[in-house]
Design a protein around this ligand. Sequence first.
Ligand code: SAM
Length: 244
Amino acid sequence: KLSERLKLIADQVPHGSRVADIGSDHALLPCYLVNSGQALSAIAGEVNPGPLEAAQKQVREEQLEQYITVREGDGLAVIQPGEVNVITIAGMGGSLIVKILSADPAKLVGIERLVLQPNVGEDTVRQWLLQENWLLVDEHILEEDGKFYEVIVAVRAEDAAARNAELYAANPLEAYGVHVSKEQQIWMGPYLLSQPNAAFARKWESEKSKLERIVQTLQQSQAEESRVKEQAFQQQIGRIEEVL
Ligand code: SAM
């Protein structure tokens, strides 16, 4: 059975897509997408031999070889320009996701939608999308087995720059009289902030606790540098408290 996390990612892929799942590991996502009819075809890309083999095995067992090609390669190297219109990248750090997306801009021509699930570094992903004029259209967060996962969806749009500017200029917590800066929205997610669910609240409670523990440790140090760090972490704690 597909995990809640992979199901949430799959839900962001429109019916009739041609998908490349980069860093596919067991290829559970492309298999699900083809079986559900959301993907007409898929490419499962893997750079490591173990996961590559796992992907091949899964596709074979589900008898989906006709629809899913498993390819060995680094990031977007496994796709030809124009071959797919949706890219999914899940279960790795935000900086690796950005590195993969930045490596070869020609491979992004014809891509209409990115569905990204960074395990950490969600802000790095949002920052990159903004800078590259991908329109941020949706965000989701869920908690599974004690971990929090954010799913970030972006699309190509002629007027992406203007619409992103509008998105980040709007204050998601205006109704509560709380000002949320653009930087903070990039950190926490503009859509997640505007419709916070239980997982969002729990994630940021947990981040706050982590920061409080760091501050406690820093307080035991006499170094001047520790005061500076402590202040920075205190500020982050304050920003989290404001929105919770
Ligand atoms: N996407 C699956 C998921 O979300 O369940 C698997 C996530 S797994 C933790 C990350 C996978 O990304 C690993 O199988 C790893 O081999 C692969 N990977 C890491 N860097 C990669 C790269 N540059 N290109 C392709 N695959 C990569």
